[in-house]
Write a protein that binds this ligand. Structure first.
Ligand code: NDP
Length: 365
């Protein structure tokens, strides 16, 4: 019974995630054989696009890399030759409106600094393209709402790139929690911390990032508490620890927060730009616990259950999985579980967490 319900739960999004990778010549053959693949234009060719998303687009079954948007002319030659992209599918941020004439592009994947997501989403939607946008959706609830409105007005879909929502270990933890297999979840401890690196990057500039550790990595822990409980927190209480007031002058360095959920669960969470190596969640229920550690890395996800039962699945490319799911939602005109509204919910809660830090008081949501 347990195996059957688990199998059912893993169908759908996870099935696409488990597809075998395609590389090189195999990818070219697959592209030629699947004319219905939706075209994705990558907007912002930074580290994530280069190292994760473009390679993932060689493994996807329902979409393919079809264009690029970049402000760096020097990147164009390498990208167009590596991915065999025609010159007409290369855009700058100022020429995105011209995508309206390009039927090769169905979806724009926005992978720019957080506070540019609104501008690039609006441009893509106005050009008639669906938008998949990196996390956090934007830096304020108002700006998220403008993105949602722009996509609605253009009758285009908006998705938030929450890759863990398509990862089998996470899906299994959601199943264990929601089906109360170990009883009702009472306590969730979740944290993600990285050593953020050099001081001269956009992640440490408030105008581009909207915040530090919480916005960048804390959002994974926040998401986990929400998708495990299936509920929205009603009260948050938070504090920040700053040990380097120069480097972290504009943004938060280490944030810890507690959150109360209406069903009786309490979450204890941490986000850090200083302390690397925090990367897990553990959910403690009435009759046991289950955890993922690491939970949020691009690979190597590991799970443990207190009752010794396995919590182990094949590793998947989460970027390929989330892109395939979004492409299928677009093609089948059905809603995505990682909608713009879902992205906005996290921004609303993070705003409350910052308010709690600022005021020193618990904040009702
Ligand atoms: P990078 O700094 O590596 O790349 C950002 C790219 O955005 C730049 O290379 C540049 O591309 C473009 N850009 C446009 N305007 C600016 C500007 N004013 N300043 C800096 N860059 C600009 O960032 P990441 O790729 O790491 O992050 C991009 C987004 O992806 C963020 O929203 C981040 O939160 C998210 N992210 C998500 C991850 C996940 O696991 N889902 C992991 C890492 C990041 P070009 O030169 O082509 O114009």
């Amino acid at each position: 019974m347990q195996d059957l319900s688990r199998r059912r739960f893993m169908q759908g999004a996870a099935a696409a995630a488990l597809a075998a990778p395609l590389v090189g010549a195999a990818a070219t053959r697959a592209r030629a054989a699947s004319p219905k693949k939706l075209g994705v234009a990558l907007c912002g060719l930074g580290k994530l696009s280069t190292d994760q998303i473009a390679p993932a687009l060689l493994k996807t079954q329902h979409c393919r890399l079809a264009g690029i948007v970049t402000g760096s002319g020097g990147k164009v030659e390498q990208w167009t030759s590596k991915y065999n992209l025609p010159a007409r599918s290369v855009y700058t941020y100022d020429t995105m409106h011209r995508m309206a004439d390009n039927d090769d592009i169905d979806i724009v994947y926005v992978v720019t600094p957080n506070a540019l997501h609104l501008e690039h989403t609006v441009a893509a939607a106005k050009a008639g393209k669906h938008v998949f946008c990196e996390k956090p959706l934007e830096i304020s609830v108002e700006r998220c709402q403008q993105m949602i409105d722009a996509c609605k007005a253009a009758d285009r879909m908006l998705g938030t790139a929450y890759r863990c929502r398509f990862e089998p270990h996470h899906l299994e933890c959601i199943r264990i929690a929601r089906q109360q297999e170990l009883g009702a979840v009472r306590i969730i401890e979740a944290g993600f911390g990285i050593d953020v690196g050099p001081a001269d990057q956009w992640r440490l500039k408030h105008s581009l990032s909207g915040g530090g550790a919480l916005m960048d990595v804390g959002i994974y822990a926040l998401q986990a508490t929400r998708y495990l409980t299936g509920e929205e927190p009603v009260l948050v209480s938070a504090m920040e620890t700053k040990t380097d007031a120069v480097k972290f002058k504009e943004v938060d360095e280490t944030v810890s927060w507690t959150a109360q959920f209406p069903g009786g669960a309490t979450a204890y969470c941490t986000a850090s730009f200083k302390v690397g190596g925090i990367k897990n969640f553990r959910a403690t229920a009435d009759r046991g616990w289950f955890e993922l550690d690491p939970a949020y890395y691009y690979g190597g996800i590991k799970g443990v259950r207190s009752d010794g039962k396995p919590l182990s699945f094949p590793q998947v490319d989460m970027f390929a999985a989330e892109l395939d799911d979004f492409a299928r939602c677009v093609a089948e005109r059905r809603p995505t579980i990682v909608s713009g509204e879902e992205g906005m919910r996290d921004v609303r809660i993070m705003t409350a967490i910052y308010e709690s830090i600022r005021t020193g008081r618990a904040v009702k949501i």
